[in-house]
Design a protein. Structure first.
Length: 309
């Protein structure tokens, strides 16, 4: 039976924000216009005791990373939908373990004029500031006015490094690339000079990957980025595959390129060998615009924190 509440919400978003396009592989993931924003719609009935239940698929959440993304929680009680910026919860999801079915379980708790999101073993989080479409409308309108500079391979590396540093990671960049980084794009910081321990069999492969995010103090690789400005996407995926087979706990793989190469990424990433290893489900495509906007949002957040201290 069609979800009439979801249909009504999709119509409202389309009318006020822009045309929605469903992303492949999910019935709940949509992009706005020319990927100005991504929305993950999650619905729950309000049960007789007032309880609600949501499931968020890990594979869907990975499609939100790096984009101007929102998780939309909505109910059947006529209350305003909630548009929660995914970036606010990204690290929380990454540190937690999904259930056996690959979903994170959540509840929306209402009472005394407030709404909170509850994740078992993760805590409760107030969502009152995210009610209604206004936050999404303002974000999309801002993105429509953006002007993206023409970025080089090294500049994209610099931005990815800056994003990782802002998120608290140590950064490794191949020694041959370090001198070409553009420090006018991001606050200067020190780079890690070596590959983490425990990867001796593939250390030569890791040392060639454009950007590595490494958890400080744990020597765990938390993100791998290949900037395919003009080089082969397939070769980057092969390097990722070697890493995944050596360390199956690694989940953040990104091919970074321009919009024109998105289709080529899809064809290469879903080759049988990458489907068999599981890499297809763990690798995301980031377009240069996504990288630039991601970096800008983090910089603005950092500036706001400094100004409010």
């Amino acid at each position: 039976m069609p979800n009439l509440h979801k249909a009504a919400l999709l119509k409202s978003v389309t009318e006020q924000v822009g045309e929605l396009h469903k992303l492949a592989g999910s019935n709940s993931l949509f992009s706005v216009g020319d990927d100005l924003a991504r929305i993950y719609f999650r619905y729950s009935k309000v049960h007789p005791n007032g309880s609600t239940f949501f499931g968020l698929r890990d594979v869907d959440l990975r499609e939100l990373a790096g984009h101007n993304s929102y998780i939309c929680f909505f109910l059947d009680d006529g209350s305003s939908p909630l548009f929660v910026p995914y970036a606010d919860f990204e690290e929380l999801f990454h540190q937690a373990e999904p259930a056996a079915d690959g979903q994170f379980k959540a509840q929306l708790i209402s009472g005394q004029g407030t709404r909170e999101l509850y994740f078992p073993k993760m805590g409760r989080f107030n969502l009152d500031g995210f009610a209604g479409l206004e936050i999404l409308i303002n974000s999309v309108n801002s993105n429509r006015l953006r002007r993206l500079p023409d970025l080089s391979h090294s500049q994209v590396q610099t931005l990815l490094a800056g994003i990782g540093k802002a998120k608290g990671f140590d950064i490794f960049i191949p020694k041959t690339d370090v001198e070409r980084l553009d420090w006018s794009l991001t606050p200067t910081f020190g780079l890690r000079g070596d590959i983490p321990n425990g990867f001796h069999g593939i250390s030569s492969i890791l040392s060639e990957i454009d950007v590595l995010w490494i958890a400080a103090g744990r020597n765990a690789i938390e993100g791998l980025f290949e900037v395919e400005h003009s080089t082969s996407i397939y070769s980057g995926l092969l390097r990722f595959n070697d890493v995944l087979l050596t360390d199956p706990s690694t989940t953040r793989f990104y091919i970074v390129s321009n919009e024109k190469r998105r289709d080529r990424f899809s064809r290469q990433a879903y080759r049988p060998t990458f489907r068999q290893s599981g890499l297809s489900e763990r690798t995301s495509f980031l377009e240069y615009t996504n990288v630039f906007d991601w970096h800008q949002r983090l910089l603005q957040g950092t500036s706001h924190e400094k100004n409010t201290k």
